[in-house]
Design a protein around this ligand. Structure first.
Ligand SMILES: NC(=O)c1ccc[n+]([C@@H]2O[C@H](COP(=O)([O-])OP(=O)(O)OC[C@H]3O[C@@H](n4cnc5c(N)ncnc54)[C@H](O)[C@@H]3O)[C@@H](O)[C@H]2O)c1
Length: 346
């Protein structure tokens, strides 16, 4: 396999690069990443010595660059992770989300189709989507299945749904051998410290308030990042073309339970918890039915949540040189300014 990965310097993409390079029969792995605020070259530093690996800094919306890279590298498979990924940011910068998550996805699909048409060689395409495209569940509803209607409710999930549907349209209309995964919330090392788990860990380590939205009872299903990568790999290699696979961790937890768990692991007081006004359009609950991935791909998540959370906390304790520079004055100013506009505390 000759693999092109987009967004490989991000949280999940970098874990996927490590996973892919450890698989048999992988000749080449190229990472295309624009290195936005959440893309960190240091996330792939340990891979740079591998002669099969190449990092290219570039934007997936740059059609000329993407076309040229595909013609040069001739990938037999593409795993597309690159995205604007933070719901909060999509509340005040939605245009960037449309550009990367919709137009960038279209650009890659067109390039894959162009390469196939020019060379006659198939390019397997794995589009990384999210369970957020399904919208919201009430506490006593069941779980999202692959045939649950899409009902995205914030600009992030709306643009992810746009990319997801474009990808499936290319499978149908242009016969691209394309598979979509929709996973639940990932957690683990190297997640940018604006997302729930790393934000709470890093705030607690600095003895700063831990901001919890609304009543803290929003439920997410947590999936260990390496389990997601194994699922994405299985779908890329074994998934049926045109098919969607849900990947879930089977770990539904209320946000407040996660926050309390982190405080307990760090031996910090619950008085650090600060309640803040709820996020606009905050989905109540996500839950995933991953039966199809289990039955058709033979995939099941392996990491027990309590162990994964403890490992994640330990990683942030041990890698303060990784996250401290990311929580600099610009991080603070960005959040102060924008949360202020939403009427949320900075
Ligand atoms: N984190 C989660 O819990 C989760 C859950 C389900 C699905 N997903 C999806 O998984 C993928 C990866 O998420 P993540 O949490 O690792 O995100 P991330 O923000 O950590 O990483 C995104 C990466 O994409 C790169 N990127 C952004 N815009 C780009 C552009 N225009 N061109 C090239 N590269 C660009 C960034 O530099 C970064 O390296 C996304 O598609 C996201 O929607 C994430």
């Amino acid at each position: 396999m000759r693999l092109l990965v987009t967004g490989g310097c991000g949280f999940i993409g970098s874990a996927f690069l490590r996973h892919a390079l450890a698989q048999p029969g992988v000749e080449r792995v190229v990472d295309l990443d624009a290195l936005t605020y959440s893309g960190r070259r240091e996330n792939v530093a340990e891979l740079e010595a591998d002669p099969r690996f190449r990092h290219v800094q570039g934007d997936i919306t740059d059609a000329a660059l993407v076309d040229a890279l595909l013609r040069e590298e001739r990938p037999t498979a593409i795993a597309h992770f690159a995205a604007e990924s933070h719901v909060d940011r999509s509340l005040f910068a939605a245009r960037r989300f449309v550009r990367t998550n919709v137009e960038g996805t279209l650009c890659l699909l067109e390039a894959a189709r162009g390469l196939r048409d020019a060379t006659g060689a198939e390019v397997r395409f794995l589009h990384v989507s999210t369970d957020e495209v399904y919208g919201d569940l009430e506490t006593d509803d069941g779980a999202f299945r692959e045939d649950t209607p899409l009902d995205p409710r914030n600009p992030y999930s709306a643009t992810k749904a746009g990319g997801d549907l474009l990808a499936l349209a290319f499978a149908r209309t242009h016969g691209l051998p394309l598979v979509v995964t929709r996973s639940s919330n990932n957690y683990g090392p190297r997640q940018f410290p604006e997302k729930l788990i790393p934000l709470m860990i890093t705030n607690a380590l600095e003895d700063r308030p831990l901001p919890v939205y609304g009543d803290g009872r929003n439920v997410r299903d947590w999936l260990w990042v390496d389990d997601n990568c194994a699922g994405v790999w299985a779908a890329l290699v074994r998934g049926a073309p045109g098919r969607v696979y849900n990947l879930g961790g089977g770990n539904e937890r209320e946000n407040i339970a996660i926050v309390r768990g982190i405080l307990a692991l760090l031996d910090k007081p619950e008085s650090l918890i600060t309640w803040v006004k709820d996020r606009p359009g905050h989905d109540r609950r996500y839950a995933i039915d991953a039966t199809r991935a289990r039955e058709e791909l033979g995939w099941t998540p392996a990491m027990p949540f309590e162990e994964g959370l403890a490992r994640t906390v330990r990683w942030y304790v041990d890698h303060q040189a990784w996250w401290r520079p990311l929580r600099d004055a610009s991080f603070e100013a960005y959040y102060k300014a924008h949360y202020g506009k939403l009427g949320l505390p900075g």
